[in-house]
Design a protein around this ligand. Structure first.
Ligand code: GRF
Length: 214
């Protein structure tokens, strides 16, 4: 089996990156993490990736004086140098332009800490609490040129409790993220996930992706 060479793009602590690295340690997992790229030199996740023997690189967006396309070209060049086939965004805090998104259409995925299409953008847990939703969760989706948009591959849900604060909710959603991201990447890398218009067909390959705790 040829494992898909996957780059994980991060900006911070990289806990989702670690979940993907752990899953890819299994020899029958259809993706290998071949590169971890950060736009921030101080991203904690870089150390963790290096400890796992994974090549790391930094493309510091601050060195491109606001020229988003030049930044994205530098990223794209590195992805090509490393013969990357799939890109997984994992807390990569840059808004991407169509330049990079189109180049990686149907080959770039992202994880978002909410049940899309609700709560796009930041502070999803605060907003879920203030809107009073009873279910919250996380979504893995293909990346399109609209932020936090694109065909949904997998979602995981948890109940919102009366006692929840943004922090307790974030912690439980993060656990869901660590469960669904490796499963979603598996569906994409194995070719089981097929984009059909706005939807992703998985042949119900993994109904256990619909996680509702407890
Ligand atoms: C996660 O909540 C992810 O959903 C969001 O950014 C956060 C990154 O956390 N896009 P980590 O760096 O993976 O720990």
């Amino acid at each position: 089996m040829s494992r898909k060479r996957t780059a994980v793009l991060i900006s911070g602590r990289g806990s989702n990156m670690s979940a993907l690295i752990s899953a890819a340690q299994s020899p029958d997992y259809p993706a290998e993490v071949a590169l971890v790229l950060s736009n921030r030199p101080d991203a904690k996740g870089l150390e963790r990736a290096a400890e796992n023997g994974i090549p790391t690189t930094v493309v510091d967006h601050k060195l491109f004086s606001g020229d988003r396309q030049a930044f994205e070209k530098a990223v794209d060049d590195i992805l090509k140098e490393h013969r990357i086939e799939l890109v997984a965004l994992a807390g990569f805090m840059r808004i991407l332009t169509p330049y990079l998104v189109d180049a990686w259409a149907n080959r770039m995925i992202n994880i978002h800490p909410a049940l899309l299409p609700s709560f796009k953008g930041l502070e999803t847990h605060e907003r879920a609490l203030s809107e009073g939703v009873k279910l919250h969760g996380a979504t893995v989706h293909y990346v399109s040129s609209e932020m936090d948009d694109g065909p949904i591959i997998m979602q995981g849900a948890i109940p919102v409790l009366d006692t929840d604060t943004p922090d307790t909710l974030a912690a439980r959603v993060l656990e869901v993220e660590h469960r669904i991201y490796p499963k979603a990447l598996e569906l994409v890398a194995s070719g089981q996930a097929k984009v059909s218009g706005a939807r992703v067909e998985t042949g119900d390959a993994d109904a256990s992706g619909m996680l509702i705790f407890p």
